[in-house]
Design a protein around this ligand. Sequence first.
Ligand SMILES: [Zn+2]
Length: 46
Amino acid sequence: MNHNILLKNKRKLFCKKCFAHYKNPETKIKNKMKIIICKECGYVSR
Ligand SMILES: [Zn+2]
């Protein structure tokens, strides 16, 4: 029985500022750190 559904979405990606879920997150690697830019408010999470 395989019930491993959506285990790939274990990471909850949402903006800490406006709490909007990243529908299509823009991730960039900068200084060996992955940053996510919120398209709603422009908040950069590291
Ligand atoms: Zn935001």
